[in-house]
Design a protein around this ligand. Structure first.
Ligand SMILES: *[C@@H]1O[C@H](CO)[C@@H](O)[C@H](O)[C@H]1NC(C)=O
Ligand SMILES: *[C@@H]1O[C@H](CO)[C@@H](O)[C@H](O)[C@H]1NC(C)=O
Ligand SMILES: *[C@@H]1O[C@H](CO)[C@@H](O)[C@H](O)[C@H]1NC(C)=O
Length: 534
């Protein structure tokens, strides 16, 4: 009996020790909107593993709720520039400009493009301005900073789409983990891994890893312009903050690259093969889960499709509505199909809606994508859509709208899994053709199924991988051993320009010396001959 109870006590102590050993304190600075939905998946897992999570949010947060069983929150009393109505306005305005470009001449298309860029620059400047103000507000609030210091966090987990999280980690001198694809300085790989533009397409070019000479010219120009625009949007807001709180000799261009681990929201099933870095961990598809059963009425509708199966369409949480004429064309195309259609649409009911189409305000995207009757997924190419389509192996008809969505879909197209329709060109025939191609040309399904098998065939699930590396950082107080020196170098040292210059100088010196000696010898010989002659 005694032996038993003492061994039970030992066991209990062991348990406490174990949980004590794994329970870290994690400070999260997320980015609002769809990125938060992703971040929350990681937070859920961290919470389940017994970690203590604190989330910092701006006062006008939209998706990030103040109260949650998963975390405690700290609200900074400053708006982050991510106000919901404002953002929705921005998206519909952008769509409007895009649609004005319909059947326009070459020059008005260019003009259209410029207007669109201006709108995007304006919107993102607003966001970064708000976020830099949140940072200042936070740093100036001594009580808040004191409580952060006292909490002794093990790691800061942040979305580097805004600069605040990285600055907070540096201020608290806590190891830093990025949940990343986009940073305030551009796509993550381009910042820390060697990225030859000869075979790595720059963001938003919709190019692939096989480029012709004109395409490579376009790639280089897009890179130069893209990086410049990126710095225009962010530098004016973050640079003064970095200078003020971290000193004037801090190198701004590399300040935000000093993370211990970069958890990358993609992988090489999605991405073209390219050089990477030891501290980049790929977790593409971490948000994907096996499907749950559908609600009974939806299941009944789906089953009623028989062997034809179901087409599902959603353009993401942000775009509930489309201009009426486009919605009519889409509805008319759907009505031609023998399949059943589930369409998430919040706008006015199109007159052309067929009796095979079910319009819903919300649909269980993951579960419907995983349903064996789902044949095609019509999507805008958002974060979750692309990865989930790959995970479940469902062919895609892409209707890209904003940001990097065209790029995301063009990657799936390059791998043979998607047909893309330009929303500015869309009519019922074009859309129906795209649907029929994806439905009846079996190569699309086969390719997506192959990507799905590749995505699932990994030694560790992507989410476990992400959590493992966060815990690794907690256990070892950082992951400096995985960081290359490249981010600490100026561009001319990185590219060995100084070495090339020095070597060139030596070569020139030697050549010059040789020539001088030869000329000298020549003269001596000439003088010798002259003397002899005389
Ligand atoms: C749906 O519409 C088609 C064509 O308009 C028609 O043939 C069919 O009977 C309709 N089905 C139902 C259930 O109303
Ligand atoms: C495109 O896909 C990547 C990787 O899945 C994701 O990080 C990014 O957020 C997506 N873009 C959009 C606009 O959703
Ligand atoms: C199916 O699509 C692929 C890729 O676009 C194409 O090469 C192939 O010819 C198509 N097959 C049929 C039967 O149309």
């Amino acid at each position: 009996m005694k032996v038993l109870s003492s061994s039970m006590i030992t066991f209990a102590l062991l348990l406490i020790q174990l949980s004590g050993a794994s329970g870290g304190k994690i400070l999260v600075f997320p980015l609002d909107g769809s990125h938060w939905i992703n971040m929350k998946v990681i937070i859920e897992e961290l919470h389940a593993k017994g970690h203590e999570v604190t989330v910092v949010r701006a006062s006008d947060s939209w998706y990030i709720s103040e109260k949650s069983p998963l975390y405690t929150s700290v609200t900074v009393p400053s708006p982050g520039g991510f106000e919901q109505n404002y953002f929705e306005d921005f998206l519909s305005r952008q769509l409007e400009i895009r649609l004005q470009g319909r059947r326009a001449s070459f020059w008005s298309k260019i003009w259209n493009r410029i207007q669109m860029e201006r709108l995007v620059v304006g919107q993102f400047s607003q966001l970064h301005k708000g976020m830099s103000e949140v940072t200042i507000q936070m740093f100036e609030d001594e009580n808040m900073m004191q409580s952060f210091h006292e909490a002794k966090y093990d790691v800061v987990l942040t979305d580097p789409g805004v600069g605040t999280g990285a600055m907070l980690a540096r201020r608290l001198q806590v190891p830093l983990v990025f949940n990343v694809r986009w940073t305030i300085q551009g796509e993550a790989h381009f910042l820390i891994a060697p990225s030859p533009l000869s075979y790595i397409p720059f963001t938003a070019t919709e190019l692939t890893d096989k480029m012709t000479f004109p395409q490579r010219i376009r790639n280089v120009l897009s890179y130069t312009l893209g990086m410049y625009i990126m710095s225009l949007i962010t530098e004016p807001y973050y640079k003064p903050v970095v200078k003020k709180y971290f000193g004037p000799d801090v190198d701004y261009s590399t300040f935000f690259l000093d993370a211990d681990i970069w958890l990358m929201r993609n992988d090489f099933v999605f991405e073209f093969p390219r050089p990477t870095m030891p501290n980049i961990i790929y977790m593409g598809g971490f948000q994907c889960k096996p499907p749950k059963p559908l609600p009974a009425d939806l299941e009944e509708f789906v089953q009623s499709s028989g062997d034809h199966g179901v087409v599902m369409m959603t353009l993401g949480t942000l775009v509930g509505k489309l201009p009426q004429d486009i919605a009519e064309e889409i509805a008319a195309a759907f009505a031609q199909l023998p399949q059943k259609v589930v369409w998430r649409y919040m706008g006015q009911r199109p007159a052309n809606l067929g009796n095979n189409t079910l319009m819903v305000n919300w649909l269980p995207q993951k579960d419907l994508l995983g349903h064996p009757k789902t044949r095609v997924f019509v999507t805008h190419g958002g974060t979750n859509g692309c990865q989930e389509a790959i995970y479940h192996g469902v062919p895609v008809v892409g209707l890209p709208l904003f940001f990097d969505q065209p790029d995301n879909l063009s990657r799936i197209r390059a791998k043979g899994g998607a047909v893309i329709v330009d929303i500015a060109e869309l009519d019922r025939h074009i859309f129906a053709d795209a649907l029929k191609t994806a439905l009846y040309n079996s190569s699309y399904r086969e390719n997506m199924q192959r990507l799905s098998r590749l995505n699932r065939d990994q030694p560790m699930k992507p989410l476990d991988q992400a959590v493992f590396w966060i815990e690794h950082v907690i256990r070892h107080k950082g992951a400096r051993h995985l960081q290359t020196q490249s981010t600490k170098m100026s561009w001319f040292v990185y590219n060995s320009i100084d070495v090339i210059a020095a070597l060139l100088a030596v070569v020139l010196l030697v050549t010059f010396s040789c020539i001088s000696i030869v000329m000298l010898l020549w003269r001596i010989i000439l003088v010798g001959r002259k003397v002899k002659h005389e």
